[in-house]
Design a protein around this ligand. Structure first.
Ligand SMILES: [Zn+2]
Length: 262
């Protein structure tokens, strides 16, 4: 519990510092903070089915056991990597492996949750799922990383939403594995249009060169990184970000996402 609050403060204080430096419109930040406060004091209900979650038997906050059990099992890292490999040549592919916690169709409950995380400010769900990802990676023996890096969103989009949901997923992983979360090693230098309606080829062009070195770039030199995002679809955004990290000097980049789009 203490860890959760600490991590929350860490991410929130990070948002505050960014608000002071560059954000003339603190309203989205305020809205996110108020939503977080409400989440802390309101009785807990399942975000998917609305069931009251007073029981100590629930494995996770915000999502009840029966909803958790209804989520589809993910493809194995090997299957996912095969899927990515179809979209890239060996020379183009910048990450070494990929892991996803669940599989998700467009209209699946997990996608509704991700939508909640992005647009309703329910950021702590991301943190809870991040902890699940961390536990699973440890269980699979896939935790040989030195830093956890969330895929950044453009600062204009961060202003709209108030936060980056990948930061929260990465926080949960960081907390469980005891590996530091480092922000701003890379930044999203271009405001890319939404990828959802684009073909695989169009996605590649859309995110090409969308990432640039951030102020903490020196920290990743020679390091093994775990790059974290909410959804894996074709892998183009993740690959573009991983390419930027390698160009800055990372030794290796592996990827973990909450969901793999089916
Ligand atoms: Zn439920």
């Amino acid at each position: 519990m203490t860890g959760l609050i600490n991590i929350g403060q860490y991410v929130v204080s990070n948002l505050i510092s960014q608000t002071k430096h560059s954000d003339p419109m603190p309203i989205p930040f305020l809205r996110t903070t108020l939503t977080s406060l409400r989440e802390m004091v309101a009785p807990s209900h399942c975000e998917l089915c609305g069931k009251y979650m007073g029981s100590r038997e629930e494995r996770m906050k915000y999502v009840c056991n029966s909803c958790l059990d209804s989520l589809d099992a993910p493809p194995t890292p090997k299957e996912l990597f095969k899927r990515v490999s179809r979209n890239f040549t060996n020379d183009d592919l910048s990450f070494a492996s990929i892991f996803s916690l669940v599989s998700a169709e467009h209209d699946s409950p997990i996608m509704e949750l991700l939508y909640s995380m992005k647009y309703r400010g329910i950021s702590r769900i991301g943190y809870e799922f991040g902890k699940e990802i961390g536990e699973t990676l440890r269980h699979l023996g896939l935790s040989d990383f030195e830093m956890i890096i969330p895929v950044p969103i453009h600062k204009a989009r961060k202003r709209e939403r108030g936060y980056n949901q990948s930061d929260y997923i990465a926080s949960g992983i960081s907390q469980v594995l005891g590996i530091p979360l480092v922000l701003e090693t890379v930044i999203r230098s271009r405001y890319t249009t939404s990828q959802t309606t684009l073909s695989a080829a169009e996605r590649k062009v859309n995110v090409l060169g969308a990432f640039a070195a951030g102020r903490n770039k020196a920290m990743i030199k020679g390091k093994k990184l775990l790059l974290v995002d909410d959804v894996f679809t074709t892998g183009t955004t993740l690959n573009s970000c991983a390419t930027a990290l390698l160009e800055i000097g990372a030794l290796r980049v592996d990827v973990a996402t909450l969901a793999a789009a089916a």
